[in-house]
Every structure is written in structure tokens, then in C-alpha cells.
Design a protein around this ligand. Structure first.
Ligand code: MN
Length: 222
């Protein structure tokens, strides 16, 4: 018998407990300015979903190797929702009741591979769902949606700076919409999309995502 793989987990703020990760869903294009910078029309396209493998999670403070097969690794600062319960075909009111907590996250992206995939109308998996591609700060327990600034800094220089209120789809709407496609379960994480200002992280650089009221998500890329 081959031993069952360990369940990936993420840190919980103020606790030695770890949150077990089941699946990782991500929203594409949830801030109007970022949609425009990627060549889209925020009024014409509803947000859509892609995924990362659960074992792509990386604890804040880790050092990761510069990913293979890219010369354009990008940061994407995002609010991440962790679900403590599941359901399908949810209303927005029912959706928020599923939330276990929130974290700051970094949706690391091989931007060159993503551009090539878009041009060839191929899937995004290898541009988004690679090893160490989901950096997460410690989860803060509680269903109240965080408010305030979301920022990204590369070696201390601010590259993304927005307000969570600028999200096109709020947290409840994202969960309710996603639940029309899949039955959500406890342990699912949802990256809620990134504001404008995405850009490269070079070899040796430190990238930090900050969200008001949450622990930062920091990663050093080797
Ligand atoms: Mn993203």
C-alpha cells in the first residue's frame, strides 16, 4: 500500500491549530481596474473561476524556489475566504454563514505562460496551479467580511494598493455564485481576485501582501 498523502493545512492566527485545506478556488477579474489592465471589460464579463491544487499552499514567511518554466513570476494580492461548512445553490445570505475565516493571500502566477495559454485558448492550469503558488497568511476566524486596504509590496515598494470595497463581486456573491457550479465543502479556500498593479517578483525578492486586520502573507522567492 502507498500511504495516503498528508492533508495540506494553513496556519490559524493566535493558535497552534492548522486549518485543513480541501480545494482552492480562485476568482478571475474581480476589480475593475485589474480587469482593464489585463485587457478585459469589467462591465461585460462576470468574474469566473479557476483552481489550484490544495497542496500549492505555502505558509507566510516561507522561502520558495523561483518556479520552473517561467521568466515572469507575478504577484496577485488577494483576500482569501476559508469555508467551515458546505452547501450548494446558496443564497447570498446563506453563503456568508459558511465562512470560517479570512486570510491575506498571494495568487502567484506564471504570467508568461498565462499569456501564451490565453493566446492559444488553452487552460490556465500550468500558469496558476503550480507548486508553492498559493501563499497564505494566518487565518483569522470569524465570518465578518474584512474591510479596508489591500496592498502588495515587493522589497518594500508598494505595487498594489486598493480598497476591498472595490471588489466587483463581494464575498457573499462569490460564494453563492461558485455554489451554483460545485457543492462547496468545509476546507475549501476561495481567492477573491486581485486589484490593479500586478507585476513581477524577481529572484531573491521579498513579496508581502497586507490586508487591514489580517496577518500578512510574505514569501521570499529564491
Ligand atoms: Mn488572482
Amino acid at each position: 500500500m502507498i500511504a495516503a498523502p498528508a492533508c495540506p493545512t494553513v496556519a490559524v492566527a493566535g493558535s497552534s491549530d492548522r486549518f485543513p485545506v480541501r480545494r482552492i478556488f480562485c476568482v478571475g477579474r474581480n476589480y475593475a481596474e485589474h480587469t482593464r489592465e489585463m485587457g478585459g471589460d469589467p462591465n461585460a464579463e462576470p468574474p469566473f473561476f479557476f483552481t489550484k491544487p490544495a497542496d500549492a499552499v505555502v505558509d507566510s514567511g516561507a522561502a520558495i524556489p523561483y518556479p520552473a518554466a517561467t521568466e515572469d513570476l507575478h504577484h496577485e494580492a488577494e483576500l482569501v475566504v476559508a469555508l467551515g461548512a458546505g452547501g450548494a445553490f446558496l443564497s447570498q445570505d446563506a453563503a456568508l454563514a459558511l465562512v470560517w475565516g479570512y486570510a491575506a493571500g498571494n495568487d502567484l502566477t506564471r504570467r508568461d505562460l498565462q499569456a501564451a495559454a490565453k493566446a492559444a485558448r488553452r487552460p490556465w492550469d500550468m500558469s496558476k496551479g503550480f507548486d508553492h503558488s498559493a501563499v497564505l497568511g494566518a487565518l483569522r476566524q470569524g465570518s465578518a467580511v474584512p474591510q479596508g486596504r489591500i496592498r502588495c509590496l515587493v522589497d518594500g515598494v508598494v505595487t498594489q494598493d486598493a480598497d476591498l470595497a472595490e471588489m466587483i463581486w463581494p464575498v457573499a456573491g462569490i460564494i453563492a455564485h461558485l455554489s451554483q457550479f460545485v457543492e462547496l465543502k468545509a476546507g475549501d479556500l476561495i481567492f477573491t481576485g486581485t486589484p490593479a498593479g500586478v507585476g513581477p517578483i524577481g529572484r531573491g525578492q521579498l513579496c508581502e501582501v497586507q490586508i487591514d486586520g489580517l496577518a500578512p502573507a510574505t514569501v521570499r522567492v529564491g
